[in-house]
Design a protein around this ligand. Sequence first.
Ligand code: HAS
Length: 542
Amino acid sequence: FDRRDSALILAHILFAFFALFLGGVAGLLQGLVRGGANALPFGIGYYQLLTAHGVLMALVFTTYFIIGFLYSGVARTLGTLLGLPRRLGWLGFGLMTTGTLWATVLILLNKATVLYTFYAPLKASPWFYVALVFVVVGSWMSGFGIFMQYRYWKVLHPGQTTPLFTFMAVVTMAMWLIATLGVAIEVLFQLIPWSFGWVETVNVVLSRTLFWYFGHPLVYFWLLPAYMCWYVVIPKVIGGRLFSDALARLSFLMFLLFSIPVGFHHQLMEPGISNVWKFVQVVLTFMVVIPSLMTAFSLFATFEMHGRSLGAKGLFGWLRKLPWKDVRFFAPFMGMLLFIPAGAGGLINASHELNAIVHNTLWVTGHFHLTVATSVALTFFGITYWLIPALTGRTLTPRMHRLGIAQTVIWLVGMLFMSGSMHTVGLLGSPRRTSFTTYQDHPDAVLWMPYHVAMAVGGTILFVGVLLMLFNIVTLLRAPKGRPEEFPIAEVSDAAEKAPALFERWGVWVGILVVLILVAYTIPVMDMLNHPGVGAKGFKTW
Ligand code: HAS
């Protein structure tokens, strides 16, 4: 890596882990509150902590890590960043950091206790929404930087297929840009005018719809970089090859098409949206499951082909040929493994009748701690172990592999307690986003308590996992110089088909996506605009 590229990427990665630490402290405390420990220090409120935890973990940790990782892979596969893309990367970093620090201070001052989804009618200080604008616009600058580097490369390499990593980075950023338009409209045209008092009321169902137009692709914005690691990095780490480059590209294109017009599956229990449109979006939700099933198939094929090439026998003999002592493999593999139950939970959520049972219960919290906080987070941790030494020209030592594997195991145990009990107690009816309460010792609520205590135990173990991860990062930064760690990029299997040129005709894919969005959203949004009701004045939370 060019030193200037390393500096940009490292700044993103280290900021991400700083956010993970702060978010982890909030997570530990709120876990203890739900477990029954009532006293929070310094008059801090439970919902204030919950907001800080959600924003720092789900929005800040992920976005910084992802942008850093995408820049690193683009620089690795297309060559050193050109001047303008790098400057855009720094501009994006500066804007996002200004917005993040500003928003975090407002949350800590209890002026934006609106949780990470900042749903109306909860009303934060208007400056919180302005800070969010900085974060989103900053991420756009970074996205434009990636597009620009890609564009230059295409001009210099006419007719050549873009390297897989960069292709995936472009799809991910395109999805992000189109998705964030929804939240940008919500913040600029609804929340800012309303919170400054320029208009008296807000159309709540419209604001939630705009949020979830963005909110669902947001979860794929977290997932796709993990998939990049699974498709592009893991086959190389195990010493094998990618099963099919074309299949990988197709699955990413399917994510581009189907991850946006599905937001209603978060609003299945909401009035004001007709069942017909909910049904349409549930069908599209099941479409977006297909690329994940394709990914699972491709991963199994990659592992099995590699295992058999080493002489593995039997149905699962290939498992023994995998490099279990290599943290670059172990952490992401555990993420994959847990994505099987995590994804199954998603299918349950998306099924309308079952959603009625789980919606707004701790089951949903359990679901996203398995998806984003386990599958995605463990993959990001796994990437960190080789990315930091690759950026700093250092070596990943055997001791680091052992520490990393220990960190992964701690994370898994913590999640088993926490997410396991969240799923179970959710089915017993325990609500999410509520501080410790036994509802005046109602017998049902009293029955939930052992699970809440188990959640607190899991949260404490996870906090130890956060601390060990930070210790590992410091150790990585001080690892011995010498043979620099490589950025692993897999070759494609000889038998694989070449990707068709159609895959890079962006006009076609974005065109289809626009049609799908219009089909899924035009009529329901017109309904919401035509029947705004009285509107909500809102609850000022500060
Ligand atoms: Fe979700 C709620 C539906 C995936 C995150 N989800 C949430 C929320 C978050 C979230 C944060 O339909 C809460 C939002 C809030 O605050 O209210 N989700 C789905 C569906 C999927 C799904 C259908 N979610 C994710 C991912 C997330 C995420 C990924 C983050 C990264 N989700 C919902 C619904 C709700 C919801 C409803 C609303 C609930 C409500 O009522 O509020 C699908 O994309 C899942 C597909 C996944 C699979 C699994 C494929 C498996 C693979 C691994 C292969 C393993 C290998 C290793 C090869 C089909 C690829 C094998 C090794 C061996 C040894 C066996």
